[in-house]
Design a binder for this molecule. Structure first.
Ligand code: ADP
Ligand code: SF4
Ligand code: MG
Length: 335
């Protein structure tokens, strides 16, 4: 983990980030009013770095990553800037997005079966990406598909290339999905809960694979999980989301050493302590509030032990509190 890299907001202009997201807001209309599911989210990911995005279910992690892929569900309005390897894609045509997907940005999902074609052999699915995006010939593409399967640790890759997805185990399917995602050497890999459906041993293997592939290829990774323990194993930087907003953003070590937001502190308190095994982990009482139109105040106020009148009246903005540390809370000093 690099300690001397400048914070995301202060990276020099010449080092074009692999991904730059600025003031991303995703909203929809309900009863004639706008409701936001993602509000004013900004971050950058440099080449070779992993940004962890963490927060409970319903915080807007998936919608954020879909927006970054140009895949936000219909009916949702996406505003803000999205720059992929320097190319501005906000408001770009579907054709421009299609060119970008699989070429400059690729995605790995929680459930690989939903992304894999069940009636196409694994090797063919990888080869197809190479033919479509790189203009490779089928013969070369098929060979490269076998190499890619080997590079993600799939044994007997030449045989597995001839298998249909249902013949592979969950872990092997996720490896195949990663091979497809990496086929065109994308600048950015978006991984949304890629290990959540896997058991703990396989989960650890997939995380190791992602770290190893990043070291080899330099791909920037946006790694999304509701599980802070998982995020902490791969992320250089972390953003904590709550009800569609970034509430804290920091270098991973800094976030664990000195969490400032009450929600982040709550998340860390729910992590298992290897020194002190407990049967049941504490949970943060309450649940993520629905984001309603015309909402005022801190979105975490209903669950925050420190909430006062100001918290209910005024939404805190993200402010810099350390060299690589931003937090949105009115009461950071005494948090
Ligand atoms: N198509 C949609 N229209 C309106 N709201 C949506 C849509 N899809 C998701 N949402 C809402 O957006 C919020 C964030 O969802 P999501 O990004 O899936 O959360 P996470 O991935 O953090 O669990 C949720 O409150 C969800 O109900
Ligand atoms: S602004 Fe207030 S309610 Fe929100 S997290 Fe900080 S102390 Fe809690
Ligand atoms: Mg999700």
């Amino acid at each position: 983990m690099s300690q001397d890299a400048p914070p995301p907001a202060a990276r020099p202009a010449e080092a074009t980030p692999a991904l730059e997201v600025k003031n991303l807001t995703v909203s929809f209309e309900r009863d004639g009013r706008r409701a936001e599911v993602v509000s004013d989210v900004s971050y950058t990911i440099a080449r070779g770095r992993t940004l962890g995005v963490v927060g409970e279910s319903g915080c807007g992690k998936t919608i954020t990553s879909l927006a970054v892929m140009g895949l936000a569900p219909p009916g949702l309005r996406v505003q803000g800037a999205i720059r992929l390897a320097g190319q501005d894609l906000a408001g770009a045509s579907e054709k421009a997005w299609q060119d970008a997907r699989g070429d400059r940005v690729a995605m790995v999902f929680q459930e690989p079966m939903s992304a894999l074609n069940p009636v196409m052999k694994i090797g063919r699915q990888i080869a197809e990406v190479l033919v479509r995006h790189r203009g490779a010939r089928w013969r070369e593409a098929n060979e490269e598909a076998v190499e890619l399967l080997a590079s993600v640790g799939i044994p007997s890759p030449r045989l597995r290339a001839q298998d249909y997805p249902h013949r592979l185990s969950g872990g092997m399917r996720q490896r195949a999905m990663i091979a497809i995602a990496l086929a065109c050497k994308p600048a950015v890999l978006v991984a949304d809960e890629p290990t959540t459906a896997l058991d703990v041993t396989i989960q650890a293997q997939i995380l190791d694979l992602m770290i190893e592939l990043q070291e080899r290829t330099g791909t920037a990774i946006q790694f999304i999980s509701h599980n802070l323990a998982v995020v902490s194993q791969v992320a250089h930087d972390i953003i904590v989301m709550y009800a569609g907003r970034v509430v804290e953003q920091a270098d991973a070590q800094q976030l664990f050493a000195q969490p400032l937001h009450p929600y982040t502190r709550g998340l860390i308190a729910t992590l298992p302590d290897p020194q002190r095994p407990v049967k049941r982990l504490p949970v943060i009482p309450g649940r993520v509030a629905a984001v309603s139109a015309g909402h005022t105040g801190c979105r975490f106020a209903a669950r925050c032990a420190l909430a006062d009148e100001r918290c209910h009246a005024q939404e805190p903005q993200l402010e810099q509190r350390g060299e690589r540390h931003w937090v949105a809370c009115h009461k950071v000093e005494n948090a």
